[in-house]
Design a protein around this ligand. Structure first.
Ligand code: 9WN
Length: 453
């Protein structure tokens, strides 16, 4: 593959082709109320996918972007949690595992306020939603006001963040994840040591549907799946109640917390717009930023690390989640410099794609095809691109933007790519890849200008 910088600048015609292709993916994956991440591998609605999808959809149809978020929040639980999957009742039960009859949230989750009329999962995903809602509003403020979009969504977003910072603050002042699916980076090497403590569920008790569509070399292993299933069963048996659940897997993840901080900043914008109190969100974002740096920054690693709350130690594995805090405004300048140096260093700089690998290229667990153990993903590249602009690092951001646009097109909007070759892996026509490419095609201003316009 030609190094990105040696390639000529994109032409108007190339941009137009990419825009049309991305729109085709998003229209093809729309179900009438929301967008599936992939028609084959993921036939339901996923939480953080919907937020990324809304960010792109707003350029095609602001109203559809609003509905994407509204349909997700319609399945919000009474305790404030937003489930990581909202199941589509018309999809056959065996199309995806774990299926509704595994989670049984409408009954097992009733004490935590799970919806009675919808089946969902019982765990959560990263809080990208407030940012997505704010950007969606900004795409067409008049239509948003006419539909009362923010008036209706704001209290739900507040309840969601409150859940993350009450039930899910397990003592460190940050929000914690209690299942490897929660940070959205399922089989990251960052979870290996914590997962090793969990005895896997009996493999004869369930059937993986993902291998009907995904290649076994790209997907998590059976051993990982056994542990995911056991952790979910334990949570279900505790009624999804964070006060009584044992949470044998519990970590503070830098990506999730950075997104929560960015979300609180977006909530401040929304609150000010609605005439509500914005200062509580700013104060919360300030407090979380201090806690993030104090608890998860690691100078020697050159990025943020996850903290395992079972043994209290930092997890010494370098993953892309540790670079996502670039999104946080007001980080100490030395931290920003170190993060940019890490991005440019041998661990995270992949010449052939310029997308960011999900795990240290030089790390012991690096695997160029297996899901979150090496492959480069478009959503994390988009977050880092945005973060670089937040700190005025536009040259770096331009490089990542160009890589996202180029690779989204050449791979047919792949789910992820081999960072050493730029070859697409996983599903194609993947929704957030299309949505985020569309967003970068449309976005000409720096994100902070865009957010405060
Ligand atoms: C489990 C839908 C989701 C993404 C996650 C990604 C993958 C699911 C799976 O797909 O996870 O939630 O079955 O592997 O890891 O980030 O939201 O696109």
């Amino acid at each position: 593959m030609t190094a990105l910088l040696d390639r000529p600048a994109r032409t108007v015609a190339e941009d137009l082709t990419l825009r049309r292709g991305a729109a085709r993916v998003l229209f093809g994956n729309w179900t009438g109320t929301s967008t599936v991440p992939s028609r084959t591998l993921y036939p339901h609605q996923w939480s953080w996918d919907s937020a990324f999808i809304a960010i792109g959809l707003r350029h095609l149809s602001p109203r559809r972007a609003q509905r994407e978020l509204e349909s997700l929040f319609a399945a919000q639980w009474g305790d404030g949690r937003v489930p990581h999957i909202v199941f589509n009742p018309s999809v056959p039960n065996d199309a995806y595992f774990p299926s509704p009859d595994f989670w049984r949230t409408s009954t097992a989750g009733s004490g935590a306020g799970a919806p009675r009329a919808r089946e969902t999962s019982g765990i959560v995903q990263p809080p990208v939603h407030a940012l997505a809602a704010w950007l969606t509003h900004r795409a067409d403020p008049r239509e948003s006001r006419r539909r009362g979009f923010l008036d209706r969504l704001y209290p739900r977003l507040v309840a969601w963040h409150d859940y993350l910072l009450t039930a899910r603050d397990l003592g460190g002042g940050l929000t914690a994840v209690v299942h490897p699916w929660e940070p959205g980076m399922d089989n990251s090497p960052c979870w290996d040591a914590s997962l090793a403590r969990i005895t896997p569920a009996d493999p004869t008790g369930f059937r993986r549907a993902d291998l009907d569509h995904g290649h076994p070399a790209d997907r998590p292993t059976d051993l990982d799946y056994g542990r995911y299933v056991q952790l979910a069963l334990d949570y279900r048996d505790a009624g999804y109640d964070d006060r009584t659940a044992s949470h044998r897997f519990a970590l503070e993840d830098p990506g999730v917390n950075a997104l929560l901080i960015a979300g609180e900043r977006a909530l401040a914008g929304i609150a000010a717009h609605l005439g509500e109190d914005a200062t509580r969100h700013e104060a919360r974002a300030d407090r979380l930023t201090k806690a993030l740096v104090a608890r998860l920054w690691d100078e020697e690693a050159g990025l943020f690390l996850a903290r395992d709350l079972v043994d209290g130690a930092l997890v010494r594995e370098r993953s892309v989640a540790g670079l996502v805090p670039l999104l946080v405004p007001g980080l100490p300048e030395a931290v920003v410099d170190a993060l940019v140096a890490t991005l440019d260093g041998p661990g995270f700089h992949a010449d052939s794609t310029t997308l960011v690998p999900s795990y240290d290229l030089t790390g012991p667990a690096f695997d160029r095809t297996r899901y979150w153990r090496g492959p480069a993903w478009f959503n994390t590249a988009w977050l880092i691109e945005r973060g670089l602009r937040t700190h005025g690092r536009h040259t770096h951001a331009d490089r990542i933007r160009a890589a996202i646009l180029e690779t989204a097109g050449t791979t047919g909007f792949a789910e992820y790519v081999d960072p050493t070759t730029g070859e697409g892996r996983g599903a194609r026509a993947f929704s957030w890849t299309a949505a985020l490419a569309l967003d970068l095609l449309a976005r000409e201003e720096a994100p902070e200008e865009e957010a405060h316009r």
